[in-house]
Design a protein around this ligand. Structure first.
Ligand code: GDP
Ligand code: GDP
Length: 455
């Protein structure tokens, strides 16, 4: 490294920064209008205010990356959910349940100018049951005169209330320090304690693609599906299923089984549920209704899994209904709409007839294998050396930026750091990724490539 002009500390720092595993997840919960979205904006340092969103306008983005005091984590924003047909208490409770389930730690926001309400007390009971670390945010303490209101929230029994003004930023630093103390370094539930346990699968997809049918099929049981309201029954959230001679954990299946018909906020609710499932899983099986045109919503769900860095399998369902013409157009659509995930293993299934169910497990295993692949540094650099020699970067401004060496900083998904003598263009990075895939496989996994340029 030194002879290539990189300081060894630079190199080590870059590898460490790129090699981080999955980030721990912080959920921000609370009643409507207590200031959750304002607080999330503050935490992630976002300029545009989500609070300006019009009521009823659905947001599909619910998780964001944030950094405080050099530590990175994800924030789940539950502020986008309008009160719906379930009524305020049930909505807050259901929303909080999903968010708590997906989180490693929780910020519970209370409006200190209002004080603790019955709904807040109900959320406290949920939090107790979940046993996750909680930081209590006493929001809307815009000045010293609000401190007494904040102190009154000791009564919730959640420990010290942190007086904060999400609007003006007052107290948020101290609160974030407490958040970092509460957050584990890595998301324990997915990658720490679960090592050696069953692999975790998130079965996701837009409504009516056949998730519930597929789950029934693989679980080999017929369930009676009724119109239940969220919160009226407590299904087990995860389901252990034997498949292909192995045990798998399908995460967050409660949301699949419950037929919740919400009016307002239904899309948002579905997004939150999908995000929660993806966070808890190692591999996402995205179910797509092959009988219908691939939609933006399908693409968003695929993107969610890719951005979360999970292994990915695409399952095209309802294959039993396809005629020749539809099959022709489907292939065209897959090329144009899902071309960016052409690396994902694909299965054409029918949850109704059971067609190709046996292909699901091999596809999942392939994806997990790609996700965990580690390329030895020697092999990687031999590959990079040949690549750079045979396909050099285009000359720019009389100079030719060159990839000097590289290393794989992490897995799950594979993360690479490349060290270069100058700026490496986007097109060339894509080319490197393509060649990496050709050479080493990485079927079913996103790969991250970061480039460090010599000063
Ligand atoms: P959410 O529904 O919990 O996401 O709440 P929002 O973030 O949308 O905030 C609800 C309202 O409270 C908005 O009008 C905010 O401007 C206001 N608000 C949020 N935080 C504060 C604060 O710290 N002080 C004051 N005075 N108002 C706030
Ligand atoms: P979910 O909302 O994704 O859980 O979808 P469901 O499992 O409730 O399925 C929605 C509808 O599609 C139901 O009427 C199912 O019977 C039907 N369906 C699911 N899978 C298949 C399939 O493979 N073939 C056909 N023809 N219909 C299916």
């Amino acid at each position: 490294a030194a002879e290539e002009g990189f300081d060894i500390e630079d190199v080590e720092g870059a590898i460490e920064a790129a090699g981080h595993g999955p980030l721990p997840v912080l959920a921000v919960i609370g009643r409507p209008n207590v200031g959750k979205s304002t607080l999330v904006n503050r935490i992630i340092g976002r300029r545009e205010a989500v609070v300006e969103d019009k009521p009823g306008v659905t947001r599909d983005r619910v998780t964001y990356e944030a950094e405080w005091a050099g530590r990175r984590f994800k924030v789940v924003d539950t502020g986008g959910w309008e009160q719906d047909v379930l009524g305020i208490d049930a909505s807050v409770a259901a929303q909080a349940e999903y968010a708590i389930e997906a989180a490693d730690a929780v910020v519970f926001v209370v409006d200190s100018t209002v004080g603790a309400t019955d709904t807040d007390e109900a959320v406290v009971r949920l939090l107790r049951k979940a046993g996750k670390p909680v930081v209590l945010c006493a929001n809307k303490v815009d000045g010293p005169s609000g401190e007494a209101d904040a102190a009154a929230l000791w009564s919730l029994g959640l420990g010290e209330p942190h007086p904060v003004s999400a609007l003006h930023g007052r107290g948020t630093g101290d609160m974030l320090d407490a958040v970092l103390e509460a957050l584990p370094e890595a998301p324990a539930q997915t990658f720490g304690t679960a090592v050696g346990g069953p692999r975790r699968i998130a079965l996701i997809g837009r409504p009516n693609v056949g998730k519930s049918s597929l789950l029934n099929k693989v679980a080999n049981e017929e369930r009676v599906v009724v119109n239940e309201l969220a919160g009226t029954t407590r299904d087990p959230v995860d389901e252990i299923i034997e498949l292909g001679g192995k045990t798998w954990k399908f995460v967050d299946t409660a949301g699949i089984r419950k037929r919740v018909h919400l009016q307002q906020g239904a899309d948002y609710y579905a997004s939150l549920r999908t995000a929660a499932a993806v966070e808890k899983a190692e591999v996402a099986v995205v179910l797509i209704d092959a009988s219908e045109t691939i939609s933006v919503q399908d693409q968003r769900i695929v993107t969610m899994a890719v951005e979360a860095g999970r292994a990915l399998v695409l399952a095209y369902n309802k294959w039993d209904t396809l005629d020749e013409e539809r099959r022709y157009y489907l292939e065209r659509e897959i090329e144009t709409e899902l071309g960016q995930v052409a690396w994902a293993p694909r299965v054409n299934v029918s949850a109704r007839t059971g067609r190709h169910m046996e292909k699901l497990v091999p596809a999942i295993e392939t994806a997990l294998e790609g996700w965990e692949t580690r390329v030895p540094t020697g092999r990687l650099n031999a590959f990079l050396g040949e690549l750079v020699a045979s396909h050099p970067h285009p000359i720019r401004g009389g100079k030719q930026p060159r990839i000097l060496f590289g290393t794989q900083a992490g897995t799950k998904p594979p993360r690479f750091v490349l060290f270069a003598s100058g700026f490496i263009e986007h097109g060339y990075r894509r080319f490197v990724e393509r060649r990496l895939r050709e050479e080493f496989g990485f079927e079913g996994t996103p790969i991250h490539i970061s480039v460090r340029v010599r000063e």
